[in-house]
Ligand binder design. Structure first.
Ligand code: ATP
Length: 561
């Protein structure tokens, strides 16, 4: 269609030239009517083709835009957890929204015009060659000079575009972080500080935009000046050819009309070229994510019908990718037996949550081996593993959806009965029923519309509905009383493996096995009595707990008096 349209457009200068010859000659009266008819038909054909072509192009581009956004989103979701430790949310969101917009805007508008004008340039030059080879060669010789300028400015734009996207991403980052931590910002009365931080980022973007604007103005000016110089030289040379009777005056008119269109088409091509380079700059950033191979080993294939849930950590040494020099776990060996509650205690930062992250396969240990039912953890299929292992983390995150959707998260096909049963066990059923819309109440962004304890209980229900074989409670039962806590354990299938991480003594005392972690090493292990008999770290931990409970009770009694 582009070809037909470009071809049809060539009719106007050609027949205008013919008409000039006819007006000067007057021998062929039919030539005038013929020229007018052909011109009209070709113009209509060109307009129809332009319409069809624009329509198809823009629809295709919208489709490409949406599928690229989807592709980037999917690629980001497939990345390893270490990637999310490093990349900021604002940067990721910016790539999915701003960068894809920049790319597809430039591509849909500018590339479509670039293609039009490219075809026009070819057809116009062909028509010019037919009229006068000498004039055409003269025109062609002038082209490289005006081609060099946009090439340089294109490169400049490409670099600048990357910088602009990066600075926009930084600003986005500040905005996302501020809005998602609004309560903290307010409670520290730091609205002005955050506004200042955001403004600072915007100022950086503005500074880059100014350079971009100056560059754009300079390149447009140089482009038009150079093509103007080319036009004047052609007119001068063409005039001399007519005087020397080498070219007819009608042909010169056609040629000049072609040439005017030709130079303006080349001008447009050159002014759009930097935009395409800019789109390339933005797309480079997008495809950096799409092409990034997640640093995770290939998914395993094991999906055994029954899983005992026997976990063994054998001589595990691990350092976080962000801090490769600090070993968080040092040659650790431990075992979680089916049907047993294993408690993990130890000072803050001793590596308890890290053990959970390794069990969830978020990171890979540098040394040692993790076995599940005697088989390497890596051999299990990812989806299977996460169905069998449920983790309620220290700070459970709820989604801005209804309580129902939150509990059924990851198990959408669960029935309402299953959901209620899970909620009952998590001691959440009563309070959910008292919420304004019951299970359909919105939990708010990050669960902001329910209390901390309620959030924890919903998260426990979300874990229990999966009927996991291995349940990990990472300091997640602080809002439950001892009785409710026991109800949670008894709800699990028999022989289920429970890993309990806690800073409180309750729950830990009754665990079948207690592991005391210190500085990434197993300092002591055994049951409550055995550990107390050792008079070591665990005993110290128990004494500290008792002292603080004693102190709290005294405080309550004193304030009562
Ligand atoms: N994503 C991370 N990147 C780098 N270092 C980390 C990361 N997460 C934790 N760490 C570091 O690893 C160490 C162990 O952290 P971990 O969260 O496992 O401790 P913990 O025993 O669970 O502590 P707490 O009882 O306070 O929850 C800490 O020194 C912490 O600073």
């Amino acid at each position: 269609i582009t070809l037909i349209k470009s071809f049809s457009e060539m009719a106007i200068p050609h027949y205008t030239g013919k008409m000039t010859d006819w007006i000067m000659n007057e021998d062929e009266p039919e030539a005038f009517n013929h020229a007018i008819t052909v011109m009209t038909l070709m113009t209509i054909m060109s307009a129809v083709c332009e319409f069809v072509c624009d329509l198809i192009y823009n629809i295709t581009m919208s489709r490409i835009h949406t599928s690229i956004q989807g592709l980037v989103f999917q690629s980001v979701l497939n990345q390893d957890i270490a990637f999310f430790d490093k990349a900021s949310t604002g940067d990721i969101v910016s790539r999915i929204t701003t960068d894809t917009n920049t790319m597809s805007e430039s591509l849909s508008e500018k590339l479509s015009l670039l293609m039009w004008y490219f075809m026009r340039v070819i057809f116009l030059f062909g028509s010019m060659l037919l009229l006068s080879t000498r004039l055409s060669i003269f025109t062609a010789l002038g082209l490289p000079i005006i081609w060099i300028i946009p090439e340089f400015s294109g490169q400049f734009y490409q670099k600048l575009s990357v910088q602009v996207q990066e600075s926009l991403a930084k600003a986005n980052d500040v905005a996302t972080e501020t809005f998602s931590s609004m309560k903290t910002v307010r409670s520290f009365a730091n609205e002005d500080g955050e506004t200042e931080r955001y403004r600072k980022c915007l100022e950086d973007t503005y500074a880059l935009n100014k350079v971009e604007a100056a560059g754009y103005a300079a390149s447009t000016w140089t482009n038009s000046m150079s093509s103007l110089a080319l036009k004047v030289s052609i007119l001068y040379y063409g005039g001399r050819l007519v005087t020397g009777s080498d070219v007819s005056s009608g042909d010169l008119v056609s040629f000049v009309l072609y040439e005017l269109q030709f130079t303006s088409a080349v001008e447009v091509l050159m002014s759009y070229w930097p935009h395409v380079k800019k789109a390339v700059g933005a797309s480079e950033k997008i495809f950096e994510y799409v092409d990034r191979k997640p640093d995770i080993p290939p998914d395993g294939s094991l999906t055994p019908q029954s899983l005992k849930g026997h976990v063994q950590f054998k001589n595990i040494t691990f350092a976080y990718p962000k801090r490769p020099d600090t070993d968080v776990l040092k040659n650790i060996s431990l075992e979680l037996k089916p049907g047993q509650i294993t408690a993990l205690v130890g000072p803050s930062g001793s590596g308890k949550s890290t053990i959970v992250s390794l069990l969830e396969r978020f990171y890979q240990p540098q040394n040692g081996e993790i076995l599940l039912d005697q088989k390497p953890l890596l051999e299990y299929k990812d989806q299977y593993l996460h169905e069998k292992i449920s983790v309620v983390s220290q700070e459970p995150v709820l989604f801005a959806r209804s309580v129902r959707e939150n509990i059924k998260y990851g198990k959408e096909n669960a029935s309402d009965e299953e959901m209620r049963a899970a909620a009952k066990l998590a001691n959440a059923d009563d309070f959910i029923d008292n919420l304004p819309k019951g299970y359909d109440t919105d939990a708010g962004e990050k669960g902001g519309q329910v209390s901390g304890g309620q959030k924890q209980r919903i998260a426990i229900a979300r874990a229990l509905i999966q009927k996991p074989q291995i349940l990990v409670l990472d300091d997640a039962t602080s809002s439950l009383d001892t009785e409710s806590e026991h109800r949670v354990y008894s709800a699990l299938q028999k022989n289920c493996t429970v890993l309990l991480i806690s800073h409180r003594l309750s729950g830990v005392e009754d665990a079948d096995h207690i592991i005391f972690l210190r500085d990434g090493e197993v300092a002591e292990e055994g049951n409550h009595e055995e550990l107390l008999a050792k008079h070591g770290f665990y005993e110290e931990f128990v004494n500290q707990q008792n002292t603080s409970i004693h102190r709290n009770t005294e405080d309550v009694t004193n304030s009562g008096q």
